[in-house]
Design a protein around this ligand. Sequence first.
Ligand SMILES: Cc1cc2nc3c(=O)[nH]c(=O)nc-3n(C[C@H](O)[C@H](O)[C@H](O)COP(=O)(O)OP(=O)(O)OC[C@H]3O[C@@H](n4cnc5c(N)ncnc54)[C@H](O)[C@@H]3O)c2cc1C
Length: 496
Amino acid sequence: MSGLNNIIIVGGGLGGLSSAIHLARHGLSVTLLEQNETLGGKMNEHRMNGYRFDTGPSLMTMPFVLDDLLTAAGSDRGIDLPLIPLEPMCRYFFPDGVVFDASSQMEEMIAAVTRLSPVDATGFQRFMDYSRRIYDLTAPVFLFTPIHEWRRILRWRHLRTLFSLPAIDPFRTVHQGVARFFHDQRMVQLFDRYATYNGSNPSQAPATLNIIPYVEYGFGGFYITGGMYRMVDALTGLAKRLGVTIETGVKVEKILHDGGKITGVRADGENRPATHVVCNADVVTAHTDLLDVEKSLERRMTKLEPSLSGVIFLWGIKNTYPELRHHNIFFCSDYTGEFKEIFIDKQVPSDPTVYIAITSRADASDAPPGCENWFVLVNAPYLAPNQDWPTAVQMLRTSVFRILLQHGFDVASRVACERVLTPLDFQTLYGSNRGSIYGISSNSRSTAFRRPGNRSRNIRGLYFAGGSSHPGGGVPLVLLSGKMAAELLLDSLVHH
Ligand SMILES: Cc1cc2nc3c(=O)[nH]c(=O)nc-3n(C[C@H](O)[C@H](O)[C@H](O)COP(=O)(O)OP(=O)(O)OC[C@H]3O[C@@H](n4cnc5c(N)ncnc54)[C@H](O)[C@@H]3O)c2cc1C
């Protein structure tokens, strides 16, 4: 199939690496250009003063998607990339002082829910059945199929989904969907939060997103031995082994086309010919900065609402806190107010929910002896007018210390070193549209269809892979996006 085809991939995030592997294993000539010196995009790592941090994803879900990619590349996750199941998956701290351990072991989880709120034990089991049903019905269509390609959608097994609308619950919001199953507001708060894992607001996003808890509880949540970034190392190694040419420190300035068809890219002031381009750069940024397209198309793209973003504190902590687990969440007391501030007012929350991942629990070498590496994430809005990030960072740091102290963790004087990342950094470092971290938000029922597909409708030979294109953000979905872009490209060669 190689022949005269010459494929350039713009961006070496997970979507770009996934596409590169799927294309190269079919013998195609693939060159991947990444603007940064390191690959992996938002899946990145940082080292300072003897501490190691993952700076992006901290939880791996749907491990079979990664397995599928590794197998396609002739590898084996068990050998190359050992995953550690996390138990408990997360320790939750509620404002009333209650501590709740969420487990992917159903019996453990039911026992924990029963301890917290006995009346909700059966509600939890019903909620999981409901979440699994949404997964069973929607995943084949919305996750594993390029839904913008009608030829592929109109298959009998996919039509089942369209005839099962009530079961996939698109007309309620996530919050309304969750609230039907639980009496205790802490349970509602816990399961509402899952909407934020694809960057959306539980009070706006359709209840179909209640698929996410099943993805986590049904398939488990994992950490990768040695750090999440080992996935990037493994995928880079496989891509190279399959013959992909990888160039880092090369920023693509333009994706070139002759009006209807891809001709190449311009990078470092030089035109490089290509028959096909897979764009792993953010789709909206690509349409505003990299592609010359009609203004109406550019406007349509910029109207897509970005997902939420975050402020991250990487803290080298000179102490250990045995009461904390690998994943910890400290809930705020007014989460409706928190979501209003983030999604409506576009300001950082005054009383935030705080997420802390400590990988030195699994890998002692991630911190010096007697110390811990804390990745602290607070949800924040995407970039909008009237935001003052230096002031917001100071305010959030103070809030995080206050909230931790309320739970008995006095850490302010224990921070030995710090690095902060804000939405401005996500925009500058990775070209994320307005600093979003999951691409496009799912705050409306039509997002799944309005989110750009994996193949350009306007320019032949142009494909999209990554969180801002179908099926959306998050590690497994982005790997699938890369696969779908590659499959559509391969299809076009066969049917040419
Ligand atoms: C703080 C944080 C926490 C997260 N937590 C989780 C989690 O726990 N679990 C989970 O599943 N997901 C999580 N995510 C989401 C996940 O990281 C992303 O969905 C995924 O990594 C995005 O991959 P991507 O390929 O779409 O894009 P990116 O990672 O953004 O990659 C795009 C690449 O393209 C490059 N690029 C852009 N423009 C150009 C150009 N003009 N020329 C050359 N190169 C270019 C960029 O530099 C970048 O390397 C998190 C993200 C963040 C930021």
